[in-house]
Design a protein around this ligand. Sequence first.
Ligand code: GN1
Ligand code: MG
Length: 351
Amino acid sequence: MDNLKEIAGKFLPVEEIEEINSICSGLINNTYFVKTKAGSPDYILQRKNKNVFPNVPAMMDNILKVTEHIKGKVTLSGGDPEREAMTVVKSKEDEPYYKDESGEYWTMSLYIPDTISYESAATNELARKGGEGIGKFQRQLEDFAQPLYPTIEGFHDLKFRFKQWDKVLKSGNRERIDECQKEIEWIEQRRGKMEDFWHLVEEGKIPKRVTHNDTKLSNILFDKQGKVLCVIDLDTVMSNTILADFGDAIRTFANTGKEDDENLDNVELDIEKYNSYKEGYLTEAGEMLNETEKEYLSFGPQYITYEQVMRFLMDYLQNDIYYKIDYPEHNLVRTRAQMKLVESMENYFSK
Ligand code: GN1
Ligand code: MG
């Protein structure tokens, strides 16, 4: 706690800080709520995972550029740029991060009060609003023309993932590879279809745009009236196909079970939530999409959930080096739950 206070003090006057509490969310970073004395704004402090993010200064540069662009749009439309966009707080040394003595990177952002975030979508209306929120985020960035640093190599890039996959099958934990023959075969069966789809991205028929790349429901902030305020967790803002954002949102908004559900009977694509999300999304982003993007929209959730299967399984086969786990089999349980979700999507959509 004292150490956390000292770190938060690199961004704020220490005497303003009242208490700091851990927020248990996310599979990658460590996140804390910094409560300050009455009358001052509160903050979110994060220790970025340096195994996952090799260049935090470049990542923060992406986030600053993107949030400033969005704030400009919000201001132009008469909104409140401190509520409708994430605000990065700079350190006392005027950097968007603080690097501590052990080489860990810390960042701070403004906490937006009177907001709600959800782990699952209880109603179709929430899914529709979520779709609108992500659609709006992408539209706000449609004319963003600055290059973005590729924060994580090969993120949501199937060609890269298959290279990684082939390596992991050679060098991974042999016992676990033997244990997972069924899952490995499941991935291989769908490989050709996924590679065919990825060619459309490589050929530019499906263009690269500015995308969030982690559009799960818990990364969207709603106000108390149920309106989407803004999208948070911009760590992976990069250039990618918009289908990745559509797909990753559906992976969480329209799953009747949990991402790591042990009971596979719970896991299905909720087609009503899917349709509601899609409807909301298209009202905001519909005009941006080209014909191929529209044609492949329903394939977005399949490919991104399939990639998630590979990512969880590769992590399991490499002895859990990437995602936080709560128990030894956690990544395998996640793998199986995501496989079930892909199968359910396949039953609804032929492509
Ligand atoms: C990670 O940390 P979090 O929860 O925002 C991961 C996403 C995965 C997600 C699965 C940088 O996101 O890609 O979809 O876990 N983020 C990174 O829950 O790998
Ligand atoms: Mg994240």
